[in-house]
Design a protein around this ligand. Structure first.
Ligand code: HEC
Length: 107
């Protein structure tokens, strides 16, 4: 009996993890947070609405800057090379971090 309960518990855990993973899919978060209004992500087949105006991601800056610093920049708390980010990010910081982590790891 104990094992049955354990196996059932594991199924539930895996099931809820799967739906959690889907909702937090960084590619979905990228478009949900409207990052694709300005940035294309060629490696993930995301096309910007204004592709010539803004940098495609991940570029060198995105790859070489620490996530924490990118977060501050995208929330317009800091500037980079004297410039502000195009949009003040007001969403969930954890979502932004998972987007950036995903961008940096895209191959
Ligand atoms: C209104 C247009 C706009 C939107 C929307 C936007 N960005 Fe940006 N983003 C910019 C601009 C402008 C820069 C600075 C580009 C430069 O270096 O000239 C930038 C730079 C960046 C950089 C650093 C790369 C670089 O070249 O400076 C990252 C990473 C980034 N954006 C991620 C995001 C993410 C993630 C989102 C969604 C939460 C987002 N951006 C939404 C306009 C935008």
């Amino acid at each position: 009996m104990k094992t049955t309960a354990l196996i059932l518990a594991m199924f539930f855990a895996i099931g809820s993890f799967a739906s959690f993973a889907q909702q937090n899919d960084p590619k979905t978060l990228f478009t949900n947070n409207k990052c694709n209004m300005c940035h294309s992500v060629p490696k993930a087949d995301i096309k910007s609405k204004m592709p010539t105006k803004y940098p495609d991601l991940p570029n060198k800056i995105a790859q070489e800057t620490k996530i924490d610093d990118l977060v501050k920049f995208i929330k317009q708390e800091t500037t980079m090379n004297g410039k502000k980010h195009g949009l003040k990010f007001k969403g969930n910081e954890d979502e932004l971090k998972s987007i950036l982590k995903w961008l940096k790891e895209l191959k």
